[in-house]
Write a protein that binds this ligand. Structure first.
Ligand SMILES: NC(=O)c1ccc[n+]([C@@H]2O[C@H](COP(=O)([O-])OP(=O)(O)OC[C@H]3O[C@@H](n4cnc5c(N)ncnc54)[C@H](OP(=O)(O)O)[C@@H]3O)[C@@H](O)[C@H]2O)c1
Length: 477
């Protein structure tokens, strides 16, 4: 029989992800993989998959779906051993095996034979502490926690490497869409330079509803809240803070850029109105919250720059981004050699997110098995070195300016003068007929120029007395 860790409590660890050839007597690790290796070395055949014990921290939407998949999946060598939650008595269900230990105490998990700790509680603390303690106790970690990974990912990955463990976070971006593994493994052979995506299902649902039903933003938000597509406090979603944490993770995984989420400009979608969709449609576009990171290579005069922002933007109706409806997510990665690759699907929800979590558990379990039988590496060997670029939102693009004014003669002439003084060329002017003169919406589109030039001109424009509200400025991507 396979021997577990308790047989070798004080032996030095065998390194997971170690690409050395195993020579000499195998050294046991905390999960007993070397015991299997020892058996192989001794000539034993037909070693089956190594049992892998899983402990779950958090039994909410995602946690209960993970438990459901783990206990319903046939022929799996994954074994759920612990479920931790605060006030755990109210969480107990009768569909999990009686062998599962329900607990409120993290020490029960850390001192157990769990090989993988799955963190699906959310929040920054005590989550980060517990993940650190799990790694230092010789356990690998799977987490769905975007805010934590966006903030402390590099440190946690470093700690995992130091402890010869792994940390996987495939569910932290785009829920059930395998974009992290897609960028890291599937497109690892390309040189990616641009990632664009719809990373927040709440915003996409609200914008789709405004577009489909011609309703105001506030109505669409209320309906999304009623249907459970938006939180009671939707700030994180609406203001782009959720999406920028995800973009920071994607920039790290796909573009090898170490950036803080706070360095990414995030603009709210709350100023978008039904009339903006009418105008966008006339331009052959729609409006979506777009997260975009684009790498500008190092030049003689400049260090590496990353253009990055999360903002509502016009996208052409022909773009895959325009066809994302409701709470779906989509990511388009562009590489030097492979061109565009699109990842899409359910960006949230218990079951889709749990699929990503279980896939991460399986990846770790597989690599543990590979370590045992072939000593292959699971490290980041061969990945390009990370850079720390300067981050800017000063994209060069065409621009959409939507004004709401008290009508009077000379408005267009005044705006045109300010824009031309800033060196900006007008491309077109559109005005929907039949609107009240006291609240007249009209549109000016601009030829390609830097966003900072437009923002500068708008500082002057927004103080003009005929404006009913500040001008809405969106890039046309
Ligand atoms: N839901 C999604 O669609 C989705 C998609 C992608 C990623 N994620 C990420 O997955 C994680 C979990 O999300 P979720 O939607 O499953 O959240 P959730 O439904 O609120 O579940 C969290 C669970 O963890 C428990 N918990 C929270 N803090 C705890 C603590 N300090 N000690 C013990 N138990 C604690 C909660 O207990 P109580 O019942 O007492 O609150 C709850 O049962 C988050 O990081 C989230 O960002 C979620």
């Amino acid at each position: 029989m396979w021997t577990n860790s308790s047989a070798y409590p004080t032996q030095p660890p065998f390194r997971f992800g170690d690409n050395r050839k195993m020579t000499g007597p195998p050294k046991p690790n905390a999960t007993g993989s070397s015991a299997v290796a020892a058996r192989i070395n001794a000539g034993e055949k037909n070693v089956g998959p190594q049992a892998c014990n899983v402990a779950l921290l958090g039994f909410g939407t995602v946690g209960s779906s993970v438990a459901r998949i783990l206990c319903e999946r046939p022929n799996t060598h994954l074994r759920l051993t612990h479920v931790l939650n605060r006030n755990v008595a109210r969480k107990k269900v009768d569909w999990l095996p009686s062998s599962v230990q329900w607990t409120e105490n993290i020490d029960d998990v850390l001192s157990s034979k769990a090989d993988i700790v799955v963190e699906v509680m959310g929040g920054l603390q005590p989550t980060e502490d517990w993940i650190r303690r799990a790694l230092t106790s010789g356990k690998s970690v799977v987490t769905a926690n975007k805010q934590l990974i966006a903030r402390s990912g590099p440190e946690l990955i470093g700690l995992a490497r130091q402890m010869n463990q792994q940390i996987q976070f495939g569910a932290s971006v785009a829920g059930g869409v395998p974009v992290i593994s897609g960028l890291h493994d599937g497109l690892g052979g390309d040189e990616l330079f641009k990632i664009r995506g719809i990373l927040n299902g709440t915003c996409n649902y609200i914008l789709s509803q405004i577009e489909a039903n011609g309703i105001p933003f506030a109505t669409a938000l209320r309906e999304a809240q009623k249907l459970g597509f938006a939180e009671a406090d939707p700030t994180e979603d609406i203001d782009g803070l959720d999406a920028r944490a995800k973009l920071a993770i994607l920039a790290r995984v796909g573009l090898h850029c170490n950036i803080k989420p706070e360095s990414i400009v995030a603009r709210s979608v709350s100023a978008i109105d039904a009339v903006d969709f009418e105008y966008a449609n006339q331009l052959g576009c729609t409006i979506r919250q777009i997260s975009c990171a684009e790498l500008m290579p190092e030049s003689k005069s400049k260090a590496t720059q990353l253009f990055a922002a999360v903002q509502p933007a016009l996208v052409e109706l022909a773009s895959p981004l325009a066809r994302v409806e409701g709470s779906q997510n989509l990511v388009v990665a562009t590489g030097k050699y492979g061109g565009e690759t699109v990842f899409g699907g359910h960006g949230a929800g218990g079951h889709p997110t749990a699929v990503a979590v279980v896939s991460d558990i399986l990846a770790i379990a597989r690599s543990r098995q590979a370590t045992v039988t072939t000593t292959t590496t699971t490290s980041d060997a061969g990945q390009p070195a990370e850079t720390t670029p300067t981050v800017t939102a000063d994209f060069t693009a065409k621009h959409y300016l939507r004004f709401l004014v008290k009508d009077r003669p000379g408005i267009i002439a005044t705006l045109a003068t300010i824009l031309s003084q800033s060196g900006i060329n007008i491309d077109s002017v559109l005005q929907k007929p039949g609107c009240p003169k006291s609240h007249l919406p009209f549109l000016i589109t601009l030829e390609e120029c830097k966003a900072s030039l437009v923002e500068q001109a708008l500082q002057q424009i927004n103080s003009l007395d005929f404006l009913v509200q500040p001008c809405l400025h969106l890039p046309i991507l």
